[in-house]
Design a protein around this ligand. Structure first.
Ligand SMILES: Cc1ncc(COP(=O)(O)O)c(C=O)c1O
Length: 367
């Protein structure tokens, strides 16, 4: 049997987690697993929401519409776009990763640009789609050298994974304005943003004015439901959407109906909205405290942040993977997220700061 090898690799971050757990099991050492990309300050409390779900219903038990259930697409429209989008342009996907993979396949452009500090899965999914990945240094680079990105696709992730920095929205819109006047497609992939904002955030409404912007979103981070594998894609280009719809249908034959109903209830019922708000408030409070502690202890990498403060959920610290491991802290070496050589990547690591502040303090007091 001949195999169509893509060259993509299995997630190295998963392997780090498995190794640390194995070491913990063998030695009895307790680790703080900051290598993982999930919000673990609290879980979203679903107890009041689940009571509103009719498990003995056709909606839950039969195939859902392959574009996603209409009530969920409506709820997404209200939550992200203040009802100003067309539900026809919203496609429910099996998480952000599924949306991104299908977008990469569907766009007929070979050249994709990501931030020089990027989520490793972009590289692998691009490789599977047969695309070439290049880098932009930062948002100043995109703005100053915008012509260089003509005829390419630019992925914007803000707040950034891995650095946790948030760029000023006005600067991001200046870049979108430049790209909208040339042939640059933009994938807006910001699954961390809505953890820090509620639906009064009008960024997504503003994105609706750009025909060249494709939005990929996820409910894994903003409401902590990575286990439900649910997200969405929005695009205004009808030719793109027709092809995306076909690929979405034949990649999974629709998205899990329970997950869709659950998220719809979170976005649209009073109990759901309250649960999401509590989750966000508690999560952001501890993230903020944890970053403050790192700043006081001078553990944040100065050359990234200067006098600015990252928002999270990740930050880069000036300790290596091994230095952190000596203090029983799991992390991911920064060289998993960049090919840059002008930065001391060997001695820096990405940590997730979305864990309870008391656990965080206990482990970081050792520095
Ligand atoms: C930048 C970025 N985009 C998208 C995703 C997709 O998340 P999911 O597939 O869980 O929805 C992640 C997950 O870590 C991410 O870091």
């Amino acid at each position: 049997m001949k195999i169509n090898k893509s060259g993509a690799k299995f997630s190295a971050i998963v392997k780090i987690g498995e190794d640390l757990r194995e070491e913990s099991r063998k030695t009895g050492k307790e680790f703080l697993y900051l290598n993982r990309g999930i919000n673990r300050v609290v879980n979203i409390d679903l107890s009041k929401i689940v009571k509103n779900i009719d498990f003995n219903s056709d909606a839950l038990q039969y195939y859902p519409h392959s574009k996603g259930m209409v009530p969920l697409r409506k709820a997404i429209n209200n939550e992200f776009f203040a009802g100003k989008a067309s539900e026809e342009n919203i496609y429910v996907t099996s998480g952000g990763m599924n949306a991104l993979s299908l977008v990469f396949q569907t766009i007929e452009i070979e050249t994709f640009y990501t931030n020089s500090f990027y989520w490793g899965a972009y590289s692998n999914a691009l490789k599977i789609a047969g695309k070439n990945q290049f880098f932009y240094n930062d948002f100043d680079d995109l703005k100053t050298n915008f012509k260089k990105y003509d005829n390419g696709t630019v992925i914007i992730c803000d707040p950034n994974n891995p650095t946790g920095s948030k760029t000023d929205d006005n600067q991001l819109f200046e870049i979108l304005d430049l790209f909208s006047k040339q042939n640059t497609a933009v994938i807006w992939d910001g699954p961390y943003r809505r953890l820090f904002y509620d639906n009064t955030d009008n960024l997504y409404q503003k994105l609706l004015t750009y025909d060249n912007v494709i939005i990929t979103e996820s409910f894994s981070k903003s409401i902590g439901l990575s286990g439900q594998r649910i997200g969405f894609m929005h695009c205004k280009n009808q030719v793109f959407n027709e092809e995306f719809a076909v690929r979405l249908l034949y990649s999974g034959n629709g998205i899990n109906a329970f997950a869709q109903i659950l998220v719809e209830k979170i976005l649209s019922t009073p109990e759901g909205k309250k649960a999401a708000e509590d989750f966000k408030t508690k999560t952001v409070a501890d993230i903020t405290e944890n970053i403050k502690l790192l700043k006081n202890k001078k553990l944040l990498v100065e050359e990234f942040y200067g006098n600015k403060t990252p928002v999270g959920i990740f930050v880069i610290v000036n300790k290596s993977f091994n230095e952190l491991k000596e203090k029983n802290i799991g992390s991911v070496p920064l060289n998993y997220f960049t090919k840059r050589k002008d930065i001391d990547v060997e001695n820096y690591s990405r940590i997730c700061v979305s864990v309870p502040k008391n656990d965080f303090r206990l482990f970081f007091e050792k520095f």
